[in-house]
Structures are given as C-alpha cells and as structure tokens.
Design a protein around this ligand. Sequence first.
Ligand code: G1P
Length: 912
Amino acid sequence: MDKVKYWEFINENGEFELEDPQKSSYLYFPIANEAGLMSSITPTLNGDIKSGQNTFLLLPVSAEDLHNTRSSRNFWINIKGYGPWSVSGNSPMQIGYTFRENSPEKVKLEAGFLWHKITRENSDLGIKAEVLNFAPADNHKVELMKVSITNTGEDTKTIVPTAAIPIYGRSADNLRDHRHVTSLLHRIKTTDNGVVVKPTLSFDERGHKINNVIYSVLGVEENGENPIGFFPEVEEFIGEGGNLECPEAVFCNKEPYAKPGDMFEGYEAIGAIRFKEVELLAGETKTFIVMMAINEDGDETENRVLISKYGSLEKIDRALDECKKYWDNKLKRPEFETGDEKFDKWMKWINLQPILRRIYGCSFLPHHDYGRGGRGWRDLWQDCLALLMMEPDEVRKLLYNNYAGVRIDGSNATIIGSKPGEFIADRNNIARIWMDHGAWPFLTTKLYLDLSGDLNFLLEEQEYFKDRLASRCSDFDETWTIEEGNKLKTFEGKTYKGTILEHILIQHLTPFFNVGMHNNIRLEGADWNDGLDMAPERGESVAFTALYGSNLIEFAKILKELKKRYSVNEIELAEEMLLLLDSLSSPINYDSVEDKVNLLNKYFNSCKSKISGRKVNVSIDELINDLERKGNWIINHIRNNEWIKNSEGYEWFNGYYDNSGNRVEGDHPNGTRMNLTSQVFTTMGGTATDEQIEKIIKSANKYLKDDKVGGYRLNTNYHEVKKDLGRLFGFAFGHKENGAMFSHMAVMYGNALYKRGYVEAGYEVINSIYSHCMNFEKSRIYPGIPEYINEKGRGMYHYLTGSASWLLLTVLTEMFGVKGELGDLVLEPKLIDKQFDNEGKASVIALFAERSIRVQYINRIKLNYGQYKIVSVSINGNKVECSICGNKVVIERKVIESLDINKLHNIVVELA
Ligand code: G1P
C-alpha cells in the first residue's frame, strides 16, 4: 500500500487539498446553502442531495452506502478508440485502480467554503477531468456541478459526453417502504436542458397527498448550448444486464432516445443527458454544467431561471466567486492568529460547523442517518452559543422564541418546528424527558447577558408550551385536547405569559425537588448522554445535579446585578411558584427526599392542566436567598456524599446511580468505573474544590486518557451490558456514547479546567483532540471536529456536532479570554507560551458590542501562563484607563460603544 497522504491547507482561507482522497473510506463533505439545499459529496461524487426528509433528489445514503453503491453523481465520456471513462472513477476499470500501485490515474481533492473539486487525470489516456460542486449563495435549492474535460495527450480526441445522475425524487421513508410502488408515481418530462421528475402523489398510507415538489437534473454546455438528447429511465440507460457503473447507453454509445418535450410515466428516473460529440485538440478544455435542483413550490419556470443564471462558463464562475465571498464573510469572525497557523485555519472549519448544524439539523449527513431533520432541545441551545459569537444580531429573538418551548412543570417540548418559536405536540404522546434539558438555556442566556448586558431580557414576557404531558412527563393531563392549542392557558381561558426569568426559575426549581433516594436529581429519561436511558425509576444524575446547583448560584448573582442596575426590588411570578420557593414561607429540610417530593407533587397538582394566572410580587432579596440556599445545598451535598476513593487510591466524583439504586462509579469486580461527565460539571461550576480538581485530573489521566482515541474517553469499559442504566452499554466499547472520545464532553472538560485556572491541563485536552483530528492517517476526516473518535481512531459523525460550539467558546473565551461580563468587555488570556508566535504575539478578531475588535496580546519574551500579567491596554494606539487585576482587565462597555461601528479596532494588551 502507498503511504497515506495527508491533507494540507493551501492558503490563508483554510482551503485544503488531499491527494488520493478516494483511498480513504467514509470521507464526505457538506455542500449547502441558506435556501436549504443539503448535500453530501465524496471523492467519487457519491453522497446525496435533499432539502428535507421527504424531498431527496438523490438516493439517501448512510455511511456504509458510500462504498457499497457508487450510483450517485456521474459524468461519462466515451473516448473514440478507447471507450468509456468516468470523471468520478466509477467504471469497473477505474474502481480497480484503487489498490493498484502505480495506477495511471491520479486523483486530487481541493475544497473550501463550501465548494468541492476533484481532479482526476489518467496519464495513459491523456485525459483530465476537473469536477467542481457547490451550491450558489442564492435562494435556489440547487447544487451546481462544473465538469471540465482537458485533453492532456498529444493527439486530438473525439469524445461523447453523458451526464448520469439518478433521480430518486421522493421521501427517504420510501427507501424500503414501497420503493417500487413510489416509482409508479413518477411523471418524467424532458425539457430543452434535462430531465424533470414530478411525482403525482407523496406516498404515505396514513393519507396520500398530491405532490408539488419538482426534482430536476439539467445540463448545458459552457457556451450555453443545449444537450442533444436524453435517456430518462434508469432501465433504458443501463440496458438489460447493465448497471450504473457499466451502463449500456454509454458503453454501447447508443443514440439518446428522448428529445425535449417527451413524457415517461412510472419508472425510476435518471438525469442522463447526452451532449454533442466533441473534438478536443491537444491541450484543449471543454466544460459542461450540470444543475441538480429541488423545487418545493412546483414552479416549473424555475429551471429556466437556473439556466439563465448559471448556464455558461462565465456565469458559473461568477456564482462560485459569490459563494466563496458569502461564506468568507460568514465565517470571518472569530479569526485566530497563534503560533500555529494550522490551528488557526482549522478553527475556520470549526466556525462553519454550528452553521452547518443550523442548516442540516442533526440528520442529513451520511453518519447522521437518524431523525427526520431538525434538532433536539439541547442542540438548539448549544448551537446558539456559537451563533452568539458569530451571528449575534438575530440571537436575542431566537433565545426569546426558544423559551416558548418550556412547560410550566419545568420540562419542555421535544418536537421543534421549522419556524422560530414553533414547538409541536408529540402526537404519539411519547413521555420522554431528559433531565438536563432545563440547565442548557440558562448557560446560553448567561452568555448572551454577558456579551450584551441586556438584563432587561429577563423581564420580557413569554408564553409556555402545553400539551397532554404533565408533571415532568410522569402524568397525562386528560382534559387537554389538541384543538386547545399548544399554549398554557389560565382557568379563564387566557394564554398565560410569564417572564423569561420565571421560565429559567421553573426549569431549575422543579428538578431541584425531583430527587431520587440518594437525594440527587433523578435521571428520568436520560441526561446529556442520550444513551443513559434505562434507569427512569431509580436512576440519578449527580453530574447534572451539580450543573443545576451551580446555575442556581450563578442565577442569584445575575439577580443581584438586576437589582443593582435597575433598582428592581420585587419580581412578579406566577402565584403557584411560591410553593417551590419554600424558603420564603416555610422552609423545608432539603436533606429529606420525602419532603422534597411531596412539595413537588403539590406544585404539579396546582398546574397540571391550567394555572390561575394570578401573579405575586416576591422580594428579589428573598428570591436570591432561596436560590443560594438551594445551590449551596446541592454543592455541599455532592461534596459530602459523592466524592469517592477507589482501592488504587484515586479520587473523583461519582456521577450516577443506576435503576437498582446503586452507585455506579468506583471499584467494580469488572474493573474500575469512571465517567468523564461526572467530573466536568462538578469542576465547571465550582462543586469541586481546587484540591479535588487536582485529584480529578490525576484520575482522569489514569482511567480515561487514551492517545489511541485522541484524549479523554467518556467512560471506562464496564464490561457489561448494563441494562439498569442505558442502551449505550450495548454499544461496543470505545464507540459513540460508550467510552469513545466524545468531543462534546471532552471539550467541556477542557473548558471546565480552563475556567478553574488549570490551564496546562485544559490545553492538553483541547490539543489532544486537535492533534488527533490533524493526524489524517488515524482520523480520516477533513478539517473540523467530529462527534467522536472511535476505537480505531477514526473521526465519526463529522460536522454536525455541538462540540464545535463549545470548542469555539473555549478557544475564544478561555484560551484567548475575550469575553463579556454582563455587558463589559473582559480580557483574561490563558494562552500558554507555545501558543504565541515567534514575536510573542497572539491575536483574535471578534465581535463585541457590534464592533469588530482585534485583540492582540504581546508577550515579548514568551512567558508561560502564570508568569505573565497584563501591564497595559491600548485601543487604536491610545492607552485605556481600566481596572487591571493581575491577568484580567475589564473595559467598560461604553468605551467599546464609543468606537466607530464600521471600522476594525486594535486592542493591544502588553503582557509581562
Ligand atoms: C449528540 C447529540 C447531543 C447529545 C450527545 C450525547 O452530540 O446531538 O444532544 O447530548 O450526542 O448523547 P453531538 O452530536 O452534539 O456531539
């Protein structure tokens, strides 16, 4: 086997190239636009194109299909005197080149934001093809493919070009459910440029609907000339006994049998487009343009628009430039400059990922072969973290809308509609609740408040979600009907609204009382780890109890500031909530599980169906006391009861109780059991003392660190299908939620360590992930962070992962320490010596208070973190008077707001 080639960045923009990309399996690249086109493409032009679960233009693919079927995008040339050659390498002869040493065919990938180019050259034949795919930055759901064929030989060549893109044209559900019957719905039309499929119905036995969606594959020559004919049915194109890698129409050089205006009914369709025969002189290049479009409005005129917009060499090149400009502009903030240029460029791909998840949800790339589009509640909030740093303008509205998904029992809607703030009742009434869900909105809202200082946001009023599920999904409200709608009503039938502050309170207070026998918050349907789903009765998540605890303390701090800044002395709350604020009237003993559960049930009974709508004023000081009392109780409880020491003398926090009510972590006959999650939230929020953190680091290094998987595993091997905890124990160890290096949690571990000042250890966590991803031979992924690294070291579920948001957050706000503190700008660098360049500089361009700022740290003698302190700060060359406290400086918001909104401002921070 040849030595594995690594991808290399080729310019400042983070564009990269990779030789022999087809020699790595499972590689895929996203092609998308804001119009909602979602594609995946591989080095052999496999992958799919869709705009949603029910509108796949190309056959839906899972990771295994990337090498099992090679029937995606193809473009053939039949060379006179030689025979057929595929630009994607999908002919029997070319597939055979994969393992041949000294193959006559060389393949190279180049890619950037968001375009993908494959160059395939056959030196024996003297032919080269460049195939470029991208989606224009426009309002069309179309993927464009520019195919340029060059005669690299010395003699003139005669070629017959044929595009061959099978059109699946229906819902992913029909892959197995009536694949054949749904082809009978196909109405296939040929036009001047291509093949257009409009199925008559969208097939669903619960109710067939007239279909309006049009799927098209169009072709045009570089000068705008139309093709000469078509083979629109798969069975005619491949011929009896043929297949898509060896189609009769191409291999027997058949005449196209369809002309513009023909109709075909009831067959599998293909955009097989024949262009006229071409004479290619030595050195000459000829380009063909293929368009793959989905039109959900049934608008037949769109195809003419597409041809007129992109149907020539000049036009497609212009569209590519605009696409590059669009993404460059989107991804330019934050931009990092450290001593490691590769890291800086890699971070650009991290910037892209949260935007990809906004477009694709969690469903539409080859590994993500589950779900039907959209995102879950947790992911919705995670992704907002990054958007706050990249696209802050819209985020206030987004956060506000998202709060409409909260139920009055502290749980939330789980089916999220496509429009902002749209939450849908689960018609199947699946009563599943994730106990961590209430904790994430606060973290995102806190980031928003820190960046903006907009504390008034907390006092805005928002509705609550309502459906049949009640009492944190442990009960049904039999009185509710779907006709009543999804908004919580008062007994008088009015839609109830409460402040955002009230929503956050409810999300924290109901879990606080919802404890299991060890007095930690119950695991319910699962926590962040979706795989911990088999301990709903007696399971407890200490890990997330810790997060709720620290949130309560942090929320109290914000309320103090609210009081100080706006002289708010009283807070208006739903009368029913007084029950949960027990310290205000008759404090209960938090050590008593029974008292907590009784109190919670009282609350649930008071709001199971509707609420009174009566509001009461609560003293903000008393509210703060109540929250602090609860938060501190949690912290002390965990410190005193969940700190464990094993027989080897290592110490860390236990994070879980299983459905048998047993403690999960520590010594076990099958081997030590330790989870990373349990350490992350205890460290991040302050439950762990400094002394404990040092012990946690040692234990994590001993039991969880493994270079094979790029750092810290999510858990040790339990050597058991632990049915009383969750499905994840059914997964092979070292994969996904069972002991992989799961990027999201690992990055949060890094974040927590930075937050608590354990900078070297935090750096180690982030750097181990980065280094592993860069090691292409092991990770086999393009630049970016995957959801996890598997047991063999391969990066899995690339692109669509919440870890990208957390990585961005960690690099910007912890490593570079550029962050907000309730509206003021804080600079608190935690960069280590090797992150500065040769001149001792490191900088980041970011957005703050709508201004673009370039924060440059100067550390001339390259001191390490801990050795340097901030000595001076200047903005655009003028020294700033600000309060420096060791390694931290606070610059008042008004200073930043006084800067010109249209310029980039240089903030220089001298370290010494
Ligand atoms: C995924 C899910 C996330 C969940 C995690 C662990 O992580 O999207 O909600 O918490 O698995 O089960 P991600 O893909 O965001 O890395």
